[in-house]
Design a protein around this ligand. Sequence first.
Ligand code: HT7
Ligand code: ZN
Length: 855
Amino acid sequence: PNKINLKDYQKPSFDVETVSLDIKLFEDHAQVDSILKMVRQSAGDIVLFGEDLELLALTMNGEALTAERYEQSAGKLTISDAPDEVTLAIQVRICPQTNTALEGFYMAGSGDDRMFVTQCEPEGFRKITFYPDRPDVLAIFTTRLEADKRYPTLLANGNLVEAGDMIDAPNRHYAIWHDPTNKPSYLFACVVADLDVLTDSYTTSEGREVLLEVYAKSADIDKCDVGMQALKDSMQWDEVNYGRAYDLDRYMIVAVSQFNMGAMENKGLNIFNTACVLSSPETTTDTRSFSVKAIIAHEYFHNWTGNRITCRDWFQLCLKEGFTVYRDQSFSADQQSSAVQRIDDVATLRAHQFAEDAGPLAHPVRPESFVEINNFYTTTVYEKGAEIVRMIANTLGADHFRKGTDEYFRRYDGQAVTVEDFLSALSITNSKVEDFIDWYRQPGTPVVSGHQDYDSATQTLTITLSQQTRHVSGFDAPKPLPIPVATALFDKESGKIMAERMLLLDQATQTFTFEGISAAPVVSLLRDFSAPVQLNYDYQDEDLAFLLKHETNGFNRWQVTQMLVNRILLPNQGTKSDPDVYLAALAQTLPVLASEDAMLAARLLDIPSAQELAAAILKDYDPELVKAQREGLYQQLAEALKDQWEVLYKQLPLQSYEDSAEARGTRALRNVVLDMALTANVEGAGEWAQQQYDNASCMTERFGALKAMVNHQVVNADEYLAEFYERFQADDLVIDLWFSVQASADNVNADVIKSLLEHVDFDWNTPNRVRSVISAFTSQPTALWTQEGLDIYTDVIKKLDDSNPMIASRLLQVLARWNTLAEPRRQMAHVQLLDVQQQVSSKHVHESLNSVLGT
Ligand code: HT7
Ligand code: ZN
């Protein structure tokens, strides 16, 4: 296969100064005329990329190019012997109506709801026209759109220059947009649709009046104000925290129901999956609504980290994604409790990124080669990439980090750059930052182990830490990485902090000494998860229980609960814990915390998901056993605190809806308590669930009750499922919830999944709907890793391989850890995967399969 290597990077021979696009949409195709003004930068051919295009005409400097003057093969059109200044005029025909891959220019929705949108990152622009479609070619775009008037909404990047009717075709109209910023083609976007718009404005710190618009179907327009507010909050946050103001007169967001990922940061014209922009209390859970705000912020922050400073090549994807995720996480932390934000981010990292790094899909945050770049929009690039930026920010401290980011924006604005450039700007106040480059190059999660020695004679505490990273085949032997370990020493008597320090572990083994420590302390390590590592410290259960009580850092209080749970459920990984210590510690903490910080209290009851536990098992993974142990502990917890549930539930009465951190905390805790009460068979808990459903003031309450009823098989759960369906039938995003609550139910099996896939509302062409069933199903490994479960799951992959290979490949990647299964499941999964290999053709799925199978 065509492997692309980082080490082979070469600058383009030609730059594009301006592009003028004219896109005419017709009933069954579109015609795209482009004019490219290009200037030679170095010796070499003009190389244009193009896929699924019908070339109708090609001229260079006014002269028609016959087929002998250029070569067309393997998605490239190459023109040799071109002069130094070239104007290319290209005409192609494309078919957005049949483009199911949702890349390039495609039709979303159907019937009267259909609309046409683009998705160009990473390599979709080449499906619109022939172009040097690579991120280091920046150009000024002018876009003319022409379509039937049944699509009144004609949008493209930048500013609207002109719009009007076609004189010779009375049912058609056009609009011309000009984007004054230099941009790579992956940030191009256009929309042809019939949408309503919510309008607002924002005046930047530089005095620019910006028109803000959120476009959605008319039925959805009343669900756009959460997103609009988040946009304004993000604009202000970036001014205050990074000194970055918006640079155009207009910022548009468009909601689209068929979309492969969450959203896309196209310059001045973001396109969003409806699930990631629409929100209302009646239809959207708090968790989802919070993530809407975070995604709006993420795409907005890309305007500086990604758009104005972009990536030299796709190997540098983490340059924009890691930094932007770090920025959106920081924004979200400022909107709610920072401890809870950190808990959520770390839980995601552990469940998904640690699993990826431990399996056959492990790759460096900056990969060194790929066949299909779409396969590398991974949690390693995004989330581990963000953790590296966080470690650097913490190492530098707020002031020096800001100096570094100011320098980055000053030096590289308007350029396409590399991770090395980023580190060089950030290192202006501290050269140690450059050492973090190895975090970008080396795959695998480091394991940090340690112990402590206290010498009362000298009043010295010595902490010994060592690090080890597994050797991933195909890469150099791992080196020690710089690992910041935020540490606090707690006095056992008073529970107060005696000393606090950021230790930098940058060798294989190191000792750190604390002088003047009057008694042996309890050490709290990796506070706020200061590095993305696994920690094995020589703790007694009592030390962890002590920290649950006395830690001032909310994140670490959660972390010790997770360490205790892991020591109970995964004894093979190290120390075996006594559940009684964990249960007693929680019983003591919960009543107090519930009234102080309900959201944190809800999180402390977390027991890692079956998938997260599986990620830590390297061999002979038995899904049934893990499920039984996990549920056993959950049951024990529910029973141990049985007396508390009724008190707590009654302390948290349903109230009229409010969107405050406190109200969200109350709703989160109430849902957890309800589930615990049902688990412990608390008398009347079934009725609480029904009443909560019936009297719900918002979706968090209603869906929390429904989920609990379904998972506990409360007698009339089916009636409630039917009621929910009836009530929300017209709302696709809520029906996605209805599918997912069934597909992820504790007692789900292959037959349930089969019937959901055959439901009239199931739609293979809508990734949200596919995910609502098939991705939800993966949360139940005991059902997934069966012959029937795998048959269904791999059938879906085979089915999507042709129509939407990007989604097919992402679904396949979830099976990566098949190799850790105990027999006979391992062999069964192996046979299935080999069978898939015979039946798929996309390079996306083949590349993932080759990695997953180690072939
Ligand atoms: N930069 C975007 C990544 C992306 C994407 C988005 C939607 C559809 C297909 C896509 N391929 C790549 C999203 C982001 O990180 O902000
Ligand atoms: Zn992004």
